[in-house]
Design a protein around this ligand. Structure first.
Ligand code: KIV
Length: 275
């Protein structure tokens, strides 16, 4: 069913059932107005830890806290009725042990209303994913370029080229076998993403992984042209809101300086006009 025709938000099983049937549409959101804007079109809305870089000006996602995720998660939840809300587990909130992961995943779901969590990692996170799923926490996995590991991956590089492809395929199979309901494939060769998509029974959601995935996700500020610090190759600008915003602010500043704003239509009369 198309997102616009749907009356209620899908559940993880509905997303899983979309594999091979219809492409999954997903974007990130961090605020209520943005969530409202995408609710009717998206199947999945992710409160990504990219919020740290996009809205808070952090140099990476490593400084994102549980409190930040909860604040933005609540804001996004208020704007959604038709899309499924997934929330990222921030760096340091799940890697220590399955018990730590469950404690923090439960807090994220309880305090935001998110239906599922996303966490980064392949084979080494499989045990944690199985632990969470067995305890009622639906998990979206995330493999390939995992930004929380930027310092061990040596930067925001394409992953899975050459011999590393085998490891990524094994990662995808491991998270699928562990019970994840879907997996984000970030920044890997399109041919490998296609191979992974064919090899596992759960949907793959690509970002910089080519057109062969079961769905796509983008950071909303990237595709709207609002985040312009840098433009990854895999982003298409569907609007140029950053440039439009700058032009609008410059026009406002000029109007204020020239006393052209406010106009009479923006001012209040001394007497209430008669009806
Ligand atoms: O944090 C994020 O926005 C993400 C998406 C890029 C998948 O993880």
């Amino acid at each position: 069913m198309s997102a616009t025709a749907r009356k209620t938000a899908p559940l993880p099983d509905d997303i899983r059932a979309m594999k091979g049937v219809t492409p999954i549409v997903s974007l990130t959101a961090y605020t209520t107005p943005m969530a409202r804007m995408m609710d009717a079109e998206c199947d999945v809305v992710l409160v990504g830890d990219s919020v740290g870089m996009v809205l808070h000006g952090l140099p990476s996602t490593l400084g994102v806290t549980m409190e930040m995720m909860i604040l933005h998660g609540r804001a996004v939840a208020r704007g959604l009725h038709k899309a499924m809300l997934v929330i990222d587990m921030p760096f340091g909130s799940y890697e220590e042990s399955p018990a730590q992961a469950f404690r923090n995943a439960a807090r994220l779901m309880r305090e935001t209303g998110a239906v599922a969590v996303k966490l980064e990692g392949g084979q080494h996170m499989a045990q944690t994913i199985a632990f969470l799923v067995a305890r009622g926490v639906p998990v979206m996995a995330h493999i390939g370029l995992t930004p929380q590991s930027v310092n061990t991956l040596g930067g925001y590089k394409v992953q899975g080229r050459g011999a590393a492809a085998e490891t990524l395929l094994a990662d995808a199979i491991a998270v699928s076998d562990a019970g994840a309901f879907s997996v984000v494939l970030e920044k890997l060769p399109a041919t490998l993403a296609e191979q992974i998509t064919a090899a596992i029974p759960i949907p793959t959601i690509g970002i910089g992984a080519g057109a062969g995935c079961d769905g796509q996700i983008l950071v909303v500020d990237d595709m709207l042209g609002l985040f312009t610090a840098f433009k990854p190759k895999f982003v298409r600008h569907y609007a140029n809101l950053g440039a439009e915003g700058e032009a609008a602010i410059a026009a406002y500043a000029e109007d204020v300086r020239a006393r052209r704003f406010p106009g009479p239509e923006h001012a209040f009369a001394d007497k209430v006009p008669e009806a």
